[in-house]
Each structure stands twice: as C-alpha cells, then as structure tokens.
Design a protein around this ligand. Sequence first.
Ligand code: FAD
Ligand code: 2HG
Ligand code: ZN
Length: 487
Amino acid sequence: SESYLSLKRNDSFKRLSSDDIEYFRTVLSKQELLGSKEEGDLDPFNEDWMQKYRGQASLVLKPKTVEKVSLILNYCNEEKLAVVPQGGNTDLVGGSVPVFDEIVLSLSNLNKVRSFDPVSGIFKCDAGVILETANDYLVQRDHIFPLDLGAKGSCQIGGVVATNAGGQRLLRYGSLHGNVLGLEVVLPDGTILDSMHSLRKDNTGYDLKQLFIGAEGTIGVVTGVSILTPPKPRAVNVSFLAVKSYEDVQKVFVKAKGELAEILSAFEFMDAKSIELTRDHLKKDDITFPLEDEYPFYILLETSGSNKEHDDAKLEKFLETAMESELVIDGTMAQDETELKNLWHWREMIPESAQCNGGVYKYDVSLPLKDLYSLVEATNARLESEGLIGDESKPVIAAVGYGHIGDGNLHLNLACREYNKTIEKCLEPFIYQFVQSKHGSISAEHGLGFQKKNYIQYTKNEVEINMMKDIKKHYDPYGILNPYKYI
Ligand code: FAD
Ligand code: 2HG
Ligand code: ZN
C-alpha cells in the first residue's frame, strides 16, 4: 500500500532464517505454525480489515499455551526478530498487521474460558476467546460481557483489551480500564507477568495492568484476562428515532439522560449520509429500512433494566413527550428480539457500508459534544473546495458522521472509490488540527496503530510522549514488539 512507501525497514531486526524456523518447529506443533503455502494461506494475517495496510510476513505462529508464547518471545528478543501480536485482525488503524516481514503471533489458538464466578460476576479467559463466544457463554449464565461492538464475531478479548475498545455499552458499563480486574501478559523478553487478580479493590502500588490496556501490543502480549461482568438485563428495548438537526440530537440525549436515567444503555447517532450508504449496501440483503422517510439525523437508543413493564412505561412516556414537542419527528420501537437485532444492524453495518466501495478513510475522534458534528461539516466543505467530492468522477463518494454520542465519540468515515494520497493529504493533518483546536482526542477508541503514529502530538504533550517512550524502551529495549507503530 502507498502508506508504506516512505518508510524503510529497520535493519536492526534480523531477517528470518531457516534456523529460526527450525527452532519454532521444535517448540510448536503443525497446527501452531504456518510458514509455507502448504501450511496455510498467510494473506488473511498480512492484510487488514479495510484492505488498506498490507505486510509481508512469511511466518505466522499460533501457540496453544502461554508457556509457548513465552518461549517464542524470549527467542525473538534474543535474536532481534520483530513480532506483531494479532487477535481477530479487526483493527481499524493498521495496528494488527505487519508493516514489513515481522512474524505474526496470533492468539487464536489460546481460546479457552478459564473460570466464571456467578456470585461476583468475575470471568476469566484466554486472550484468544472471541468476544461473541465470551458473551454467549456469559448469557447462558445470566450475565453479559460489559463491552459490545460490531466486530464481535471476529475480535478477541485480548484484542479488545490491547486496543481498549469502547463500543456501544461504554455509556452504561464504563471502559475496560474500570472493568478489567487482572491480566496475564508475556513481556518482550518472555517473562510471564501473572496479574490475573479477582479483586475490585487493590491499592498495593502501581496498577500495572492498566499499562497494557490500550498498549496495542507494544510492550507485552496479553494472554489472559480477568474481568467483571454485569448481570444480563431482564428487559432490553431499542428505538430508532429521527430528528431534524444535530442540535436536536443533543437535546434528545439530555432528555434521555434525565428521563431514562439508570436504564439508558446506548445512545448512538447517525447522519443521513451514513444511512444512505448503508441502504445502498444492504439493498442486496433485502432488509427494509425501519422508517418510511429519510431524515437529517437518526438516533439509536437502547434501555436495559430489570423490569419490563417499568422500562416500557418509562420509554413510552419519553417517546410520547419527545414526539409531542416535535423534538423527535419519526421513530419506531422494536417489538421483539428480531426487530431489536434489525435496528442494531442498521447502526452496526455503517463501517462495512463505508468500506465496501474501494477505499475508506476513518477518523475516530473525541470532541466536546457541541462541536462534534462540525468536524463532518468542515471536512465536507474542504473536500468540496478541493474538488474531491461531488459527482461520480470524484474520488470521494461521501463523508459521513456517526458514533457514540454518549461518549462524545465521532466516527467520520470517507467512503472512497480508491485509496488515494490526494484525499489523505487533504485530510491530514487538517482533521487532527481541527481536533486539537477543540481540545479533543485524535483517537477516541481505535488507537494509534500505524495510521496515527505520527500525529500523537496533536493530543498528548511532550512530557507525556517522553514518558510513553521511556516505558516502551524499558520493557522492549530492542523494539521487537509491534514496530513502526504507536509512538
Ligand atoms: P486485532 O485487530 O487483531 O489487534 C488490534 C491491536 O491489538 C493490534 O495492535 C494488535 O497488535 C494488538 N493485539 C491484538 N491481540 C493482542 C494481544 N492478545 N496482546 C497484545 N496485543 C494484541 N472498536 C471500538 O473501540 N469500538 C467499536 O465500536 C468498534 N467497532 C468495530 C466494528 C467493526 C465492524 C470493526 C471491523 C472494528 C471495530 N472496532 C471497534 C475496532 C476495534 O479495535 C476492534 O474491533 C477490536 O478491539 C480489536 O480486536 P481484535 O481481536 O480484532 O484485535
Ligand atoms: C463503530 O462504532 C466502530 O461502529 C467502527 O467503532 C467505526 O468504522 C468506524 O469508523
Ligand atoms: Zn465506535
């Protein structure tokens, strides 16, 4: 991909030799090593979800035990072989694939549930357990995973911890920095850090696990996670609403916080163009859009509580008054589980709908709520003035805005006909400067990865960046873990 052209391979890293592969074969079984065409297709490990970043790894290691992860890293550290930890490879900032010939260390084979305590709700599992599998396991035990996101069918618990993923439940259950109680991590030199605690309170010194939550695999490989899970709500309602302006999205949010209060569990917004793209993409599946007309903005609102009658009454009253005052101009409420899933589908399919036309540029930012949508407007204006958007001859199809209003997190997506340096130059650093001017963050939840490694200074100051560099140098002196990314 073009993004890599200006970068040179770091030649302090050794190139993989037949002796190295020989060593890995002594540690790993046939199912745990892919090093040739006969052993498996390496493309899915080299290419990211957006088909934007592509590496050239010729070796993928899929250890089944923590001890094997430790042996692999110890060897790579001694030999200066660079490594990319990989979970479900759903990362959206180019962090999960190699840039050059780094070895891919996939956690997919480390995929067992370790324990669940129904009294405390504490769940422990290997890093490679898929998020949906973990949630299904917990639902059977009357609990849920405190995090949900569109990539749940592929992303892994280790991956969501490594990116500190946010998702749709953060508004209700808070971030992984609060929910994760312990981690097991293999450090770059192979040391196993067993910090799989089950304590909600533990003030004995630095909270070490926090270092690895959101570290994107740069200072250790997460192999086990201990996390607090909430009880499964007995009543869940979802409504899909239309409003006439972004101003009204904010007003509905304030009203929802006040009137739905403790049962509000998600508040997502989408602009008209996000839904237009999704309607185009979903045409093939023959799914009907839940509202009859098109509107400037949509809201997906979810409540979760313990008493269906009570929640229904609260939500109905809320919707009635919102419609009476013409704050909400159209809307629908799911009547059963299928309708509920369908409404969520319209929200969760936006990323794929923005990606499926040849290229996508994604900006995942935190902004003060009052300024959040103005970034979408400013970006559209800039693309128009540069002649990059408008009709079918232009490279950008649409610049759309959606996201997690409850968390002040905007997703600005540019659906494009191709990946194109002119588009990228038009947007970067323009978008990062805009975010800095509003004291926002250039990465709300997807991380820095490869895409944003040169832009961290738009959000973090010099002292902060130097401390991060010190930490990286301390734990990974040879820089073998996920190089060319993060800082
Ligand atoms: P990968 O993509 O494989 O890796 C992510 C990063 O973590 C990489 O840097 C990798 O090197 C590192 N890594 C992976 N596993 C480990 C490990 N065990 N130890 C150390 N490092 C590791 N994100 C959100 O925050 N909110 C959303 O709502 C959301 N929705 C999404 C919807 C879709 C359709 C898609 C495609 C992505 C979405 N994401 C979202 C992006 C999100 O970051 C990932 O879905 C998820 O957190 C990554 O998990 P993964 O297992 O796929 O990790
Ligand atoms: C979401 O909220 C994800 O759907 C993905 O974080 C956002 O693709 C994106 O930009
Ligand atoms: Zn998101």
